[in-house]
Design a protein around this ligand. Sequence first.
Ligand SMILES: [Zn+2]
Length: 165
Amino acid sequence: MSDNIRRLQQAPTKKWWNTKYTNLILKLDFAYITSILQNYFGDNFTITKGEMVCGVFQPKPEFTCEFCGKGRKKNKYTPACFFPTEVGYVYKCSNCNTSHHLYQFLKIRNPEVALKYQVERWHKNLTGRSYNCPEPPKNIKREYYQRKEKELKERNKREYERKQG
Ligand SMILES: [Zn+2]
């Protein structure tokens, strides 16, 4: 996987992603990572390192691996990290070689949060074919549009009533 990540950092001519959105995705990802760190890792993580991605310094949190359990902050050995790439953060562990894009990691760790993340990315047009995060399921999208339509109708009704005095 480290090879894979190195490749993501390079500038191949045929990228399937658009680096125009890299900073936006990393910013959104990091908000979720912050809450993951607080909720699951307590103070057993460090953020002393980072990587340059598209010319911007991005923090790289390191911690005990969620999957193989290896690593202790107090022993200064933290093989797992959230690694910033041009397509978003990737969970990786140098001990067990686990590697997941943030969406996949959330889906394993907390499907509810994964759905929230997915919907948030969808609202920002950052899901689907050119991204490492699929669009939300049809029923979720349908519910969203129905809710929007209802809100619009209610707003129009209030506006109408206000005008009628
Ligand atoms: Zn591991």
